[in-house]
Design a protein around this ligand. Structure first.
Ligand SMILES: Nc1ncnc2c1ncn2[C@@H]1O[C@H](COP(=O)(O)OP(=O)(O)O)[C@@H](O)[C@H]1O
Ligand SMILES: [Mg+2]
Length: 253
C-alpha cells in the first residue's frame, strides 16, 4: 500500500513564558496510523496535540498537515475536515439535549444563522441518530446531557466527532476520568471507528497498558523531548521503567 504522510513536524519547539514545554521535535505520521502519546504529567502531550489541532502555534518549527503548512489552512471549515479533537473534559454543553451536542460537530461547516438556529431546532436529525447509533446511544437523543454518565458523555463526544468526520482524530486523555471497564469500552470504540474509515488517530494516555493494547506505535515524551518513538512490539519493560523513573530527576533539574 502506498504510504501517505498526513502529519509531518520539523524541529518543533514551544515555550511558555520562556520555559520550554517542547524541544525540537521532528517526526512523520502516515495516514491510518494509530498512535499513543505517553509520558508523565507535564511532559508536553497536551501541548503537542494543541499544536496539531491549531489551537496554539509553536514558538519554532514547521507543522505540515496533509502536504500543507498548518497556517496555510485559511478556512476553518476545510481544517475541520482534516483535524478534530476530543478533549479531556469532553467540551459538551451540559444543559442541552444530546442531539445539540452531537450536531455541534457540524458547526464549523454551517453558516452562523444555521448554527444559532440549530441551538433552538436541531438540524439534521437523521445524521445525529446515525452517529449516536454507532456509539450505542441512539435512545439518548433528547436526554439532557448532564443526566448522562461519564462514559456516555465521552460517547456523545465521539458521536460529535463522527459528525465532524475529520481525517485526523486527536484525543487528549480521552479515558482519564473513566473507570477501567468504561475506559476499555471507549478506547475500543475509538480505535475501531478510526480503523473502519482509515483515519489517523493520535491519543494521549496515562496508562501504558491501554497504549500497548490498542495502538501500534507509541511516542513517549519526557520533559518536552521524544524519549522513544517505537512500534508497540519493540517496547520493553526497561524502557518504560526508564521513562517514568527519570521523571523525578527532571522535576529537580
Ligand atoms: N498555557 C500554558 N501556560 C504556561 N505553561 C504551560 C501552558 N500549557 C502547558 N504549560 C506547561 O508546559 C509543560 C507541558 O504541559 P502539557 O503539555 O500540559 O503536559 P501533559 O499534557 O503531558 O501533562 C508543563 O510544564 C506545563 O506547565
Ligand atoms: Mg495533558
Amino acid at each position: 500500500m502506498l504510504k501517505k504522510e498526513i502529519i509531518s513536524i520539523n524541529n518543533i519547539s514551544k515555550e511558555f513564558k520562556g520555559k520550554k514545554a517542547l524541544s525540537s521535535l521532528s517526526f512523520n505520521i502516515q495516514k491510518g496510523e494509530l498512535i499513543a502519546l505517553i509520558g508523565s504529567s507535564g511532559s508536553g502531550k497536551t501541548t503537542l496535540l494543541n499544536i496539531f489541532s491549531s489551537s496554539i502555534d509553536p514558538t519554532q518549527g514547521e507543522v505540515i498537515i496533509d502536504g500543507k503548512g498548518i497556517n496555510e489552512y485559511k478556512s476553518n471549515k476545510v481544517f475541520a475536515k482534516k483535524v478534530g479533537m476530543i478533549r479531556q473534559q469532553f467540551d459538551l454543553v451540559e444543559e442541552l439535549p444530546v442531539i445539540h451536542n452531537v450536531l455541534a460537530g457540524r458547526l464549523s461547516q454551517w453558516s452562523t444563522t444555521k448554527s444559532i438556529l440549530s441551538l433552538l431546532i436541531p438540524q439534521d436529525k437523521t445524521l445525529a441518530i446515525k452517529s449516536l447509533k454507532r456509539v450505542g446511544l441512539e435512545d439518548k437523543l433528547y436526554e439532557k446531557t448532564s443526566n448522562l454518565s461519564g462514559g456516555q458523555k465521552q460517547r456523545v463526544a465521539l458521536a460529535r466527532l463522527l459528525v465532524q468526520n475529520p481525517e485526523i482524530v486527536l484525543a487528549d486523555e480521552p479515558v482519564a476520568s473513566l473507570d477501567p471497564t468504561r475506559s476499555e469500552d471507549v478506547l475500543s470504540l475509538l480505535v475501531s471507528l478510526a480503523k473502519e474509515e482509515n483515519k489517523t488517530l493520535i491519543t494521549s494516555l496515562h496508562s501504558v497498558k491501554y497504549a500497548k493494547k490498542h495502538f501500534n506505535r507509541i511516542i513517549a515524551l519526557r520533559n518536552g523531548k521524544i524519549f522513544f518513538d517505537l512500534p508497540t512490539k519493540d517496547i520493553t519493560e526497561s524502557r518504560l521503567e526508564d521513562l517514568y523513573s527519570l521523571q523525578e530527576l527532571d522535576n529537580n533539574e
